[in-house]
Design a protein around this ligand. Structure first.
Ligand code: HEM
Length: 411
């Protein structure tokens, strides 16, 4: 019996799955994938937004406030890149577990770019570091080129990520990309598909998140005497403007993205699409209100921006599910080889080690940043630190003892 084109693609996707199966229910991985991607995206947006602003502020550094802001944002971008890299690993691992046929095929088809991604990221990060070291009072104008190159590399990396994600959604086209005129192209140098509306939407989100970040920054430093009130008011006002402008740009690019989607996805009829548009409209209206009433800085915009990224994370995943429907690709029928101990260890590590060690670092950094001069940890923070060290020791012990126990059982 002759297979239809979609059935052939469906069969290909099935054989590309890992025959060893996965250790827990696929939905567990799906939820973790979306959840961790939200944090990745938050820091992607903070990086791109603060890097762009630091370059703009650098050009206006004759003014005291812009100078201070340029130095502050250069530092924020530097820290944020490391966060986005670390937080990108988690969704990458989860994608590879449930969408391995799509992710690996897309990566192999553009292998030169997938590998080049790492080098351009290293170059971009190194260049940004040079800009960071140079960007102090009395810096020469030419230093900006280090920053421009760094930001250009980050945007290029975002674009590569976008292409890899998007190509993964189009399995019906893989073969034509691989052998355009019947000739196999093994080079992996092509970037075969991209969606401008979708990519620009993520870029525009950097402006929204930057604005939210600035308002949070102004609120955070309110308690520090060395941060002038005028400066923080200036930062907060700027933040509101950016959030509003970013939301406008996001609305336009979101509609563009929706109109670019294939009809069978019915994205224009989806309540989620309308929900996102509504969320952005309400967010923008609140920001306008706060702007006109000169409301003080707060963490509100950052919390809203986080909510928006979470909605987008869910939307992205809903799209992927629908893109895969014609090929009968449903993650819930992935072969499961239930492994309860490893799943339990994973969640215990996430909650125990992640919660305590992460919690300790976040608390200490948060409090230290709000303290002028030397920070002295309170009794509770010290106890949290001791608990974090204790749980790490416990974790290492469990890790080795489990290994030794398994090994002894198999000799
Ligand atoms: C400057 C560096 C980076 C930027 C600007 C960036 C930006 C982006 C963007 C815009 C997306 C969404 C693409 C789309 O849906 O169209 C994305 C997705 C993603 N990024 Fe990054 N990223 C960067 C680095 C990384 C790194 C280092 C990792 C992993 C270690 C990573 C892992 C991921 C993953 C797993 C996804 C989702 C893929 C999927 O679900 O198909 N990213 N990134």
């Amino acid at each position: 019996m002759e297979l239809t084109a979609n059935e052939t693609v469906a069969a290909t996707l099935q054989v590309l799955r890992d025959p060893a199966g996965i250790p827990s229910h696929p939905v567990v991985f799906q939820v973790l994938m979306v959840f961790t991607w939200v944090f990745h995206m938050l820091f992607v947006n903070i990086t791109l937004g603060s890097a762009l602003l630091s370059l703009y502020a650098f050009q206006h550094r004759q003014n005291r406030h812009w100078n201070q802001l340029s130095q502050g944002m250069t530092k924020a971008a530097k820290v944020s890149v490391s966060m986005l890299i670390v937080l990108g690993v988690a969704p990458l691992l989860f994608t590879q577990v449930i969408y391995d046929p799509q992710w690996y095929s897309s990566n192999v088809l553009s292998a030169a770019w997938a590998i080049g991604f790492i080098f351009t990221l290293i170059l971009g990060y190194s260049s940004w570091f040079v800009f960071y070291f140079k960007n102090h009072d009395g810096v020469k104008n030419s230093a900006i080129w280090w920053g421009i190159f760094g930001l250009a590399m980050f945007v290029l990396d975002g674009f590569i990520m976008h292409v890899l994600s998007y190509q993964a959604l189009l399995p019906e086209q893989w073969l034509s990309w691989y052998s355009a005129d019947g000739q196999a192209d093994m080079s992996g140098t092509g970037l075969h598909a991209y969606q401008p509306g979708r990519f620009l939407f993520f870029m525009a989100m950097s402006i929204t998140v930057l604005g939210a970040f600035l308002s949070a920054y102004a609120h955070y430093y309110k308690v520090r005497e060395d941060k002038e009130h005028h400066y923080l008011t200036f930062v907060n006002r700027l933040g509101r403007k950016f959030t509003f402008a970013g939301l406008l740009m996001q609305s336009v690019t979101f509609v563009w993205w929706l109109f670019d989607l294939p009809e069978h996805l019915q994205a224009l009829q989806s309540p989620l699409s309308w929900g996102i548009l509504l969320f952005m409209a309400v967010f923008a209206a609140i920001i306008k209100g706060k702007q006109s009433r000169e409301m003080p800085a707060s963490y509100f915009s950052l919390a809203m921006a986080f909510g928006l990224i979470a909605l987008i994370g869910i939307f992205r995943e809903a799209l992927r599910i629908h893109y895969m429907l014609p090929f009968d690709y449903d993650i819930t029928d992935y072969k499961v080889m239930e492994d309860i101990p490893s799943t339990a260890l994973f969640f215990m590590t996430l909650i125990g080690v992640g919660g305590l060690v992460g919690g300790f670092f976040l608390t200490a950094i948060y409090k230290a940043g709000r303290t002028q001069g030397m920070y002295q940890a309170s009794k509770q923070v010290s106890q949290l630190g001791s608990a974090a060290v204790g749980i790490m020791i416990g974790w290492i012990a469990v890790f080795f003892l489990t290994g030794i126990w398994v090994w002894l059982h198999n000799v």
